[in-house]
Design a protein. Structure first.
Length: 84
């Protein structure tokens, strides 16, 4: 894997959860990001998650947008470590 596919894959691994976040993280054109994400999903390198509204009843620990480990910034606006 190389070029835009690698950049998009790395952005997802680093925590980008939306196409807009991948565009912002990689500075690639939106159509390039869309094509790369479609390919990565089709080949099984990344998976899509169902969209949920609001915070989970179990709290941030069960949320895919919460920080996965100490020091890692979450992407959720409710997260105390969210970037501004």
């Amino acid at each position: 894997m190389s070029g835009p596919l690698l950049l998009v894959h790395r952005a997802v691994q680093a925590g980008a959860r939306t196409q807009g976040e991948v565009v912002a993280d990689t500075r690639l054109a939106p159509d390039v990001v869309a094509a790369a994400l479609e390919h990565l999903v089709r080949t099984g390198r990344v998976a899509t998650l169902p969209l949920v509204a609001g915070c989970p009843a179990q709290g941030c620990g069960s949320c895919p947008l919460a920080p996965a480990s100490p020091g890692r910034t979450g992407r959720c606006a409710q997260s105390p470590r969210a970037s501004s």
